[in-house]
Ligand binder design. Structure first.
Ligand code: GLP
Length: 235
């Protein structure tokens, strides 16, 4: 594991964007898994600016989102799909047919999960998984207790995660109780992982990762032995 403690979010954003540039320079048709949340907002702004300046291109890149709320279509205003659209997809030169967003509104969620895993497998797996971190150690929506062998699946969101998201969303009482998420198996099979740790309350989860013992109590610890894990942490 490579850990970089950054003095500021700005530094984290630049280092993260540089990793994306490096991966796409080596493999323009790479497959990326992309997070939602406050943490990657600066990264997405930088990537958008670089794309506008012609310094990076997503034209051949495969893009997947990590997770979604059950019940929300990718174009629902509060969906993770829309969040990614606003912050990145509409601001860079992605090809629509190379973007696969989880359908939280699918009538058959199990089939949607299988189809998502098949789409990831079809492009050869994830080259770079960019992850945020939940204060309870969750990665994507793999909450404490997560099965480390699962592919994409439906999860019940923890009370803690729902509380954080309700605060961020201005106290929306109708926040879904379930999510769809790439599983730990898929994330751990990514060729490279970039874990972004920023914001209050994340230090205990980061400490658990640094202790190096995999435990379902802190799902992020499942990544500890990954051969190409970079952790960028900022206040
Ligand atoms: C949500 C998402 C995660 C994200 C986490 C952290 O729970 N499902 O993928 O990493 O929030 O969000 P933030 O970056 O806003 O702290």
């Amino acid at each position: 594991m490579h850990l970089a403690r950054c003095n500021s979010r700005g530094t984290l954003d630049v280092l993260a964007a540089d990793r994306v540039n490096a991966v796409l320079a080596r493999k323009p048709h790479a497959a990326l898994a992309l997070p939602t949340g406050q943490t990657p907002v600066g990264l997405y702004a930088l990537l958008s600016a670089r794309a506008a300046a012609g310094a990076i291109s997503f034209a051949r890149t495969w893009l997947f989102n990590l997770d979604e709320y059950v019940g929300l279509a990718p174009d629902h205003p509060r969906s993770y799909g829309r969040f990614l659209g606003r912050h990145l997809l509409e601001r860079v030169d992605v090809a629509d047919k190379r973007v696969r967003l989880l359908r939280g509104d699918a009538s058959d969620l199990a089939a949607e999960c299988r189809s998502y895993d098949a789409a990831i497998a079809k492009v050869g797996g994830i080259d770079l998984a960019i992850l945020g971190l939940g204060a309870n150690g969750h990665i994507a929506f793999n909450e404490p207790g997560a099965d480390s062998t699962a592919g994409t699946h439906v999860v019940a969101l923890s009370a803690q995660t729902r509380a954080v998201h309700q605060r961020q969303a201005g106290g929306i009482a109708k926040l879904p109780r379930r999510g769809l998420t790439m599983g730990v198996r898929t994330l751990a099979s990514a060729r490279e992982i970039l874990l972004l740790v920023a914001g209050t309350g994340k230090q205990r989860a980061l400490q658990a990762l640094l202790r190096g013992r995999a435990t379902p109590r802190w799902p992020v610890t499942y990544l500890h032995d990954h051969p190409h894990l970079t952790v960028l942490s900022a206040p």
